[in-house]
Design a protein around this ligand. Structure first.
Ligand code: 7TS
Length: 403
């Protein structure tokens, strides 16, 4: 069994007091805290191996390059991609989706072509496609939700036609904490001969992902939600698509030869990694993956899902509690009576409890729910039932103030 109290000791930030109270950090869907091993990896790398990768003949550059490519292998193994060159390092989920939107555009999309997304997407899986809508005249089709806020699979099936070129949907909703039936969604897309991108920002920290078993064409995620530093993320893409796509950014690293007459591009993955990559970030991401693997995603999922279930049950004790959907992951969105989410968030903060409030970068979902926003508690490996209890007692206290 995973022992969150033992794990917490690895996270220096969790030891602090906020407003004189022990910090209860429940904003993990926004970003997770970093274990000592990841922080030390960054510090050690700058102290011992820092040198620009792929360019140098000298020792440090070679070591840095080896460590960078080792990190790519760790990521490959983490999501069980077939090939290391199918792993592209980006700044995060947002950049990964923008990369696909931009590079897919040049090769595969024309005016009137259709892209399917869902009602529960994060803005980063809406706006890049809307930008294509403006630039190219592609049409966005949106999967509606059922009354329990799950994806309406029948409606999804009915959205496909001969103009559908791509599906792009989230694995786990950052607002609702609902895990979508992603394998089924992928199979439906493929039965219509349409490739599919999966936004794994909220799944990779919590459940094991196997991109080959899923048969995802693209899979994207962020390091910082996965105990790694900010500024590093991943795009996995099947070789056949990445090879057919045009580069996203131009510059160093992504070229084979540059002449004023003609430039030729580098092979995968470098074709999509223009400029100096965040190799220290990638190395730290590799360490974060080791850290997760040492604990094991099966144990992590068990712990977080049990904590979510426990918290949902306890939240239901509170009069006027409204939980949105049936969270089965590591995030719970709710409202209490008429208390505005921002008021709840501010007052909980005074009790040392860090939760998130508002639209969570999913405004269309919040509009669909016809609410001003939600209060969201989201868990990680280091959270405890004791913290869930502090949250529940805090909400009760705030609720009493509004009576
Ligand atoms: N997709 C999903 C499902 C997300 O939850 C997020 C970030 C992103 C994409 C964007 O990730 P980024 O690392 O590129 O910013 N979600 C949140 C959140 O729920 N609160 O803050 C960030």
């Amino acid at each position: 069994m995973l022992d969150p109290y033992k794990i917490r000791k690895e996270f220096p930030i969790l030891e602090q007091l906020v407003h004189g109270k022990q910090l209860v950090y429940l904003d993990n869907a926004a970003t997770t805290q970093k274990p000592k091993c990841v922080i030390e990896t960054i510090s050690d790398a700058y102290c011992t191996i820092n040198s620009n990768v792929h360019r140098g003949i000298h020792h440090l550059s070679q070591v840095a390059t080896e460590r960078f490519e080792e990190a790519r292998e760790k990521v490959r193994s983490f999501i069980n991609a077939q090939n290391r060159h199918e792993i592209i390092f980006t700044r995060g989920t947002t950049e990964s989706i923008n990369l696909v939107a931009t590079s897919f555009d040049n090769t595969f999309l024309n005016e009137g072509d259709e892209i399917i997304i869902s009602t529960m997407e994060h803005h980063s899986n809406i706006v890049p496609w809307q930008m294509l809508q403006e630039r190219l005249g592609v049409v966005l089709r949106v999967i509606p939700l059922n009354s329990d806020l799950s994806l309406n699979i029948d409606a999804y099936k009915a959205l496909f036609n001969e103009k559908t070129r791509l599906v792009s949907i989230t694995h786990v909703s950052n607002v609702l904490g609902i895990t979508n039936p992603i394998k089924e969604c992928i199979d439906i897309a493929h039965s219509n001969n349409v490739p599919i991108l999966i936004d794994g920002a909220q799944s990779t920290p919590h459940i094991a992902v196997d991109v080959q078993e899923l048969d995802a064409d693209f899979f994207v995620f962020s390091g910082h939600k996965l105990y790694a530093p900010t500024g590093i993320g991943v795009l996995y893409g099947k070789e056949q698509f990445l090879n057919a796509m045009q580069p996203y950014h131009g510059g160093g690293e992504m070229i084979q030869t540059v002449r004023f007459e003609k430039t030729t591009y580098n092979e995968l993955p470098y074709k999509f990694e223009a400029g100096t990559p965040d190799y220290i970030g990638a190395i730290a991401l590799g360490r974060a993956i080791d850290f997760i693997n040492e604990i094991g995603l099966t144990e992590i999922a068990k712990h977080e899902q049990a904590l979510t279930k426990y918290t949902v049950e306890r939240l239901k004790e509170i009069p006027g509690m409204r939980i949105f959907g049936s969270p089965n992951g590591a995030a719970i969105s709710f409202l209490v009576g008429n208390i505005h989410p921002a008021d709840m968030g501010t007052l909980l903060d005074h009790l040392g409890i860090a939760i998130r409030t508002g639209h969570h970068c999913a405004q269309p979902l919040i509009d669909y729910l016809n609410i001003p926003g939600t209060v969201r508690a989201s868990f990680a490996i280091y959270n405890t039932t004791e913290e869930a209890d502090i949250l529940v007692e805090g909400i009760k206290r705030v609720s009493r103030m509004f009576e």
